[in-house]
Design a protein around this ligand. Sequence first.
Ligand code: MN
Length: 248
Amino acid sequence: MRILCTNDDGYMARGLQVLAEAARAFGEVTIVAPDREQSATSHSLTLHHPLRARRSTDGALVVDGTPTDCVLLAVNELLPQRPDVCLSGVNHGPNMGEDVLYSGTVAAAMEATVLGIPSVALSYAGFEFEGLDAWGEVIGRLLERLLTTRMPEHTLFNVNLPPIDPADVKGVRVTSLGKRRYSDSITRAKDPSGRDYYWIGGGEMSWSGSPESDFQAVEDGYISLTPLHLDLTNYRLLEEIRAWDLAL
Ligand code: MN
């Protein structure tokens, strides 16, 4: 099996190394990853300047672009053969609820899905990353389950690992996306010239969601696995909206 590994934290990130190491048990792994942190770049493509790829000393292909650029270039240009699966992560931080819409980690997996390649996005839902190394074995067992199954088409798996000792994980729970809320997540201050600037990020995060949500699973000590599809059409509303008078 040919496995493409990527991420949005940059090719040096610990989470990517842990994922690639776990994946090596299942096939030939190639890393194609951004040369720097690209978190929250969502599904952006670089169109207005050229991209370059170089090989790092450990064999990874390093691209000066976004996670989506990496997957697109990997599949169409850089890899000698099309990968059978794409693994993205392990992200340094959670990707649950609406955050999947901002996440570069999830976007890389989405890009693979768009290209018809089964994919899994993995994120560590904590903020201390020293313990990530200990997750290799559990990630390996999860990959064994997923990679030996026929992955559904047009769907990616979004996995979040709870921020606990992997020995204490209770299992895998199949979940839906919850809703997250940030408070005070925009800071306004003055720059040295006295002009206002704004800085997005930080603040307190809270969430709501059903008992089957991704947030609840992680809080309960489970690995959350959410199947995501890319068709954002609200099918439940189609008939109702077709009944509106939209004649111009
Ligand atoms: Mn990230």
